[in-house]
Design a protein around this ligand. Structure first.
Ligand SMILES: [Zn+2]
Ligand SMILES: [Zn+2]
Length: 325
């Protein structure tokens, strides 16, 4: 892919439609004290905070030059990229400096599934912040391998609806993106008793996939970690904000955006997630991914003309409007 490592280019290309709103550059993260703000970390990673409680979703800051998902070839070699490359049998080594630069505190970490672009950084974040890690048994077994204390681990399977201080969380059964032109399938789960260092392959056992409905300060935020969903599980959720997987594999799914918008009754705000090339460093151009995102935005608007789509910029908080009373 074309690559200039030019951050300015990345920042300049996003606005191409008057219906696409730019992320809230007037809301520096430190000042997001009033209301709820969401900050994109790339891949499927987000921070959601009301200034008191910090909830992370699939936080992945390392962006290692790792192997591509099934059917994605052998990964990308970007011109000028000096990072080491990782294979499936290499030890999983998060970029601690990258994590520490962007994650200062967290109270809860929600993990949608146990793939390395969702879970690689979570043990370090959990050990550093003492956040509770909410995820499948597969995800929690990765945490156990890295000696995250048992009292921080909340194992879920989908269907739970939990009250926590400051927010509540409904765990939604879901399914993984249809990778490799529908040939991807995994029923494997990370076993208990693994000893570090784990290989990338060992932290890439899907273990089932979940979505999450976060109710906070009058908002209902539905977060997906990939490009698929179980339509009947969305009945009655009525979110005002949805993090929707907007990667290319959604095109394997029948009427992906249309069925989703109808099932959710035309949510006011959609934030595309997992649309960028997460094998590229943060300062690389995401132009091909941004170009590909146009068709997603068109799909959403065709299905739900009043839905606003905001293309997130890395690390720029998006402040939500006050919830309707
Ligand atoms: Zn995955
Ligand atoms: Zn992923």
């Amino acid at each position: 892919m074309r690559n200039t490592f030019n951050a300015a280019l990345l920042l300049s290309v996003i606005l191409y439609s008057c219906r696409v709103q730019l992320a809230g550059q007037n809301h520096p993260r430190k000042e997001a004290r009033e209301g709820v703000a969401l900050t994109y970390f790339g891949a499927a990673g987000w921070e959601i905070t009301d200034g008191r409680t910090v909830v992370l979703i699939d936080p992945y800051l390392s962006r290692i030059n790792g192997p591509a998902p099934p059917g994605g070839g052998t990964g990308f070699t970007l011109p000028g990229d000096k990072r080491r490359t990782y294979g499936w049998h290499d030890p999983a080594e998060p970029d601690l400096a990258a994590i520490d630069a962007h994650v200062r505190r967290a109270d809860y970490v929600l993990v949608t599934h146990t793939h390395y672009d969702h879970v690689l950084d979570v043990p370090h974040i959990a050990l550093k912040t003492h956040a509770a890690v909410i995820g499948t048994e597969s995800t929690e077994n990765v945490m156990r391998a890295y000696a995250v204390p048992e009292d921080q681990l909340i194992t879920v399977r989908g269907g739970e609806d939990y009250q926590f201080p400051g927010f509540s969380l409904k765990v939604i059964p879901s399914i993984h993106s249809s990778l490799d032109h529908k040939h991807y399938f995994s029923s494997s789960t990370t076993p208990a008793g693994l000893k570090p260092p784990l290989t990338l392959e060992q932290i890439h056992t899907e273990g089932g996939t979940l979505a999450y409905l976060i109710r906070i300060q009058g908002h209902k935020i539905l977060a997906f970690g990939g490009n698929n969903y179980i339509e009947r599980e969305l009945t009655g959720l009525e979110p005002d904000t949805v993090l929707v997987g907007a990667g290319g594999s959604r095109k394997e799914i029948y009427d992906y955006s249309g069925r989703l918008m109808r099932a959710l009754h035309n949510p006011p705000l959609v934030l595309p997630t997992h649309w960028d090339n997460f094998l590229a460093p943060y300062d690389a151009s995401q132009q091909p991914a941004l170009d590909a995102l146009k068709s997603f935005i068109e799909e959403v608007h065709a299905a739900s003309s009043q839905t606003k789509v905001i293309v997130p910029k890395y690390f720029e908080p998006i402040a939500l409007d006050e919830p309707a009373k």
